[in-house]
Design a protein around this ligand. Structure first.
Ligand code: URA
Length: 241
């Protein structure tokens, strides 16, 4: 949908998460908002986000439509915008980010950690999720059972899941092999519980799962579980391809 050429100042500032309409009215009253260098007197004045320079407390307001966030999803939180019972990833966002109504791009299980992209850019989300695009997703996992080269060979050939579906070839790297193994696995599709079910298909169990990459985007390892940051312009450009 095209953005309106002009809109109410309070509505525009609320839309980008500066505060509620009421809070913005107060900011205007306190003479903390300027439009093109002039004090804003009326919170209902019309402004053009493209042409007008708006400042709050002297800081230029960046008007934008889309937001792109990278989260290190913690365990115990659902990858959804709402859920009647459990905490969802949107609950972890600051108001200035949730104001843009981002949604998670794809799902990670409740007990899975790691890279989750959140955006309100439906076109980009669709590109990343389209089954036709085969966007690679890489996971780090701890496995109960000794993972061997035979498993890597089986994943390369594609394994048959419990519902009879044969997976596309996946690339398995064994980091440590023993009664408890550590691996990295790259897959090019996103079936329900796919990584867990692939290991079940070779008689092993995933005990810890973390997504570390999606397409060209790698998890920023400085993010603790539950933390997130905005993508850089370069990362967004890379994702668009
Ligand atoms: N595969 C799984 O089994 N779980 C996830 O959360 C992601 C991939």
């Amino acid at each position: 949908m095209a953005e309106k050429a002009t809109q109410r100042l309070d509505k525009m500032l609320a839309h980008i998460g500066i505060g509620t309409r009421k809070e913005i009215k107060k900011l205007v009253k306190e003479k903390r908002v300027t439009v093109n260098g002039e004090l804003a007197k009326d919170p209902g004045m019309h402004v053009s986000p493209d042409r007008d320079q708006i400042r709050v407390d002297g800081q230029a307001v960046e008007y934008r439509v889309y937001i792109y966030l990278m989260m290190n999803k913690p365990q115990g939180v659902i990858s959804a915008t709402e859920d009647g019972l459990s905490e969802v990833v949107i609950d972890l966002l600051e108001p200035q980010h949730s104001a843009f109504h981002p949604f998670p791009v794809g799902r990670l299980d409740k007990d899975t950690e790691g890279l989750l992209l959140l955006t309100n850019d439906g076109k980009l989300a669709h590109q990343l999720l389209s089954p036709k695009k085969h966007v690679p997703k890489t996971y780090y996992a701890v496995i109960r059972g000794t993972v061997t080269e035979a498993d890597a060979e089986a994943f390369r050939a594609g394994v048959v899941l419990d519902d009879g579906y044969r997976t596309l070839p996946g690339e398995l790297t064994i980091l440590r092999s023993g009664p408890e193994s550590e691996i990295e696995l790259t897959i090019y599709e996103g079936k329900y519980h796919q990584v867990k079910r692939m290991f079940e298909a070779v008689g092993k169990q995933v005990t810890y799962l973390k997504r570390i990459a999606m397409g060209p985007l790698a998890l920023d390892e400085t993010l603790e579980p539950g933390e997130y940051r905005e993508l850089t312009d370069e990362e967004v450009a890379m994702l668009r391809g």
